[in-house]
Design a protein around this ligand. Sequence first.
Ligand code: ZN
Length: 394
Amino acid sequence: MWRLTSTDREALTAFAQRLIRTPSPSTQEKAVAELVAAELRKIGFPEVWVDRIGNVVARAGDGNGPSLLFNAHMDTVEVNEPGAWTHAPLGGEVENGILYGRGAVDMKGPLAAMVYGLKMVLDAGVPLHGNLYVAAVVQEEPCEGYAMRVLVEEEGVVPDMVVLCEPSNLQLAVGQRGRMEMRVTVRGVAAHSSMPEQGENAIYRAARIIFGVELLSSQLAVDSILGQGSVAVTHIESSASSRNAIPDRCVFYIDRRLTLGETEARALAEIQAIITREQARASVEVTEYQATSYTGYPCRAKAYFPAWLMPEDHPLVRAGTRAVEKTLDYRPRLIRWLFSTDGAYTMGVAGIPTIGIGPGEVTQAHAVDEHVRLEDLYHAASIYAALAADLLGG
Ligand SMILES: [Zn+2]
């Protein structure tokens, strides 16, 4: 049974507060990364470094065995309506055992729980057969999985198992739907709007394709656990030389949620089939994510994040279940996350067994007055300790 000392409870809370008080919108994680690296050194990780994209990575263990990686992201979404908050968004205030602030649940609170959970294992001197890694990653919010891809494929840190510490209300997340973003560009022919028959209206062409997209949504594949894929047009713009001209170009964007078995190629082909049926001069493509990390690393990726799902009887799922049972005396429910996570890369692309467990309500992520119960952070820390000791200390 793993339990934080009262000193470590206070240290965990204070660390989470410092993280919240240090803003870290995506691509601007430098200051928080310095805090995380310093804390990982302080609690006793023998190796701590910052990789090329700006992830903070730590390692412990004798290297003779499997590699287990605990993952949290350091970036947060921005605070859009500070006036709507009843607690200062960057204040890190604690009231009645509840920690408030941007990132409290997504996921600076869980990050602090992860660090202090693993501190218990290091303090106890459990011999770790294999590698115990921590990865505190950048830019998860705009492009989940990208920083993990850099860590695995460019830095050569290849874990055998991944634990995502994103909020799951201390239940066990075993999968998620994927997502992709597409852009459809429709061409028309410009003409004076007093003689529309002389031109070809790109908006009318686009409208037909959009109607086809709406009809498509009911026909998408269904998975018994992850549910049905979905499709939605989320943004549209057009161009014409003036408001008395027939527009020659209309561009719209599609948010596509992918269930198991739905691939990038398949999702593109569905839209292409509508374009062909409507005999429109139009093209569809996956949008691109482009950014520069705080270390200067140029990021470029297609906005495609596949779905993933772990088999219920996988040893890692069983280990996650055991860790919760030992710590909290209940059998965790196996849930799917509605949002997308780094698992889109680790399990979805790289096929590395991945589970998710973290403190706090998922509905609090990105919300006004975002908060998490301190007690849940302490419980999560105990679960992470139990899991690391179980998988590497045997
Ligand atoms: Zn998150």
